[in-house]
Design a protein around this ligand. Structure first.
Ligand SMILES: [Zn+2]
Length: 298
């Protein structure tokens, strides 16, 4: 199974910043050490041309030049760095590369991405660029008719993805998330499954299993992007869900197995994760990749 990554996904943040940037090298190191069957490729940043299919030029320029207003900076949640646009473009390129690899091989992972709160003209909640929507725009150049489904199991609603894909033909968005949590304003998707705050792992898994396959039947997708999310874990700072590490594995196995059974190419991305335990966010993302690899490589 091909995995796409670059050390440049990491960007130093101030001490105490809640975004665990170390999850990128952390998960990569775990996977290199524990899962030798994976094949890793480094990616170059997505081009301006690719990003401009989705994002506004003035927004990209503001990210590059520290031109965001104070309000826009706060709602993005990341400080200005000269490498911020480049690292986000690299992360986006990982999802594009994983998409082509999944269409060739049936499955592939970007060891990052799933930045589902980003809109065309603004970044929210640590999400600068909407990697999945940029990848879909790339796909449309040659494959306009493929049915594309986004499965979002991050604890937060994929508002940017939902808004950007709403008017696009042959796309379907599914999100299972806490109803009364960030983002305060939800963007309707094709299937939204809002859950109570601090939902138990059992209830989450029941809700997932009773809705996701129904969506698969409705769409019969030709390609799935999965924004997996490490933040449904019980020890997450922001997820407001109560899944154990084992229940996270059950979630991962359910989604991956469903895609495998439907024989639909699967692109795995990370989404969010803000675990209170040091190193745990990277561990959870690595677990997701390992669960997928275990099903597809076995
Ligand atoms: Zn999240």
């Amino acid at each position: 199974m091909k995995c796409f990554y670059h050390p440049g996904y990491y960007m130093p943040l101030p001490e105490g910043h809640p975004f665990p940037m170390e999850k990128f090298p952390g998960a990569y190191e775990i996977l290199c050490e524990e899962t030798p069957s994976l094949r890793f490729s480094f990616v170059e940043p997505a081009s301006s041309e690719q990003l401009l299919r989705v994002h506004r030029a003035d927004y990209l320029e503001a990210i590059r030049t520290d031109g965001l207003t104070g309000y826009d900076r706060r709602r993005l949640g990341l400080p200005h760095r000269t490498i911020l646009l480049e690292r986000s473009a690299r992360e986006t390129a990982g999802t594009i590369a994983a998409m082509w690899a999944a269409l060739d091989d049936g499955v592939a992972c970007n060891l990052a991405g799933g930045t589902h709160h980003a809109f065309a003209d603004r970044g929210l909640g640590y999400c600068v660029l909407n990697d999945v929507v940029v990848a879909i725009a790339e796909l449309r150049l040659t494959q306009p008719d493929l049915w594309v489904m986004v499965i979002d199991t991050d604890a937060h609603q994929g508002n940017g993805t939902h808004a950007l894909l709403r008017e696009q033909a042959n796309t379907y968005t599914y999100s299972i998330h806490v109803g009364r949590n960030y983002p305060a304003v939800k963007e309707p998707g094709d299937c939204d499954v809002p859950l109570e705050r601090y939902v138990s792992g059992e209830t989450y898994l029941d809700a997932l299993q009773s809705t996701l396959e129904r969506s698969m039947h409705a769409v019969e997708p030709d390609l799935v992007f999965w924004v997996s999310g490490a933040d449904p874990h019980a020890d997450d700072r922001f997820g407001q869900m109560q899944l154990s590490t084992e229940q996270m594995r059950q979630r991962d196995a359910y989604v991956a197995h469903l895609c495998q059974r439907w024989e639909v190419p699967l692109v795995v991305t990370y989404g969010g994760g803000y675990n209170r335990q040091a190193g745990m966010t990277g561990r959870l993302h690595a677990n997701t990749v390992q669960t997928v690899a275990g099903l597809y490589i076995a």
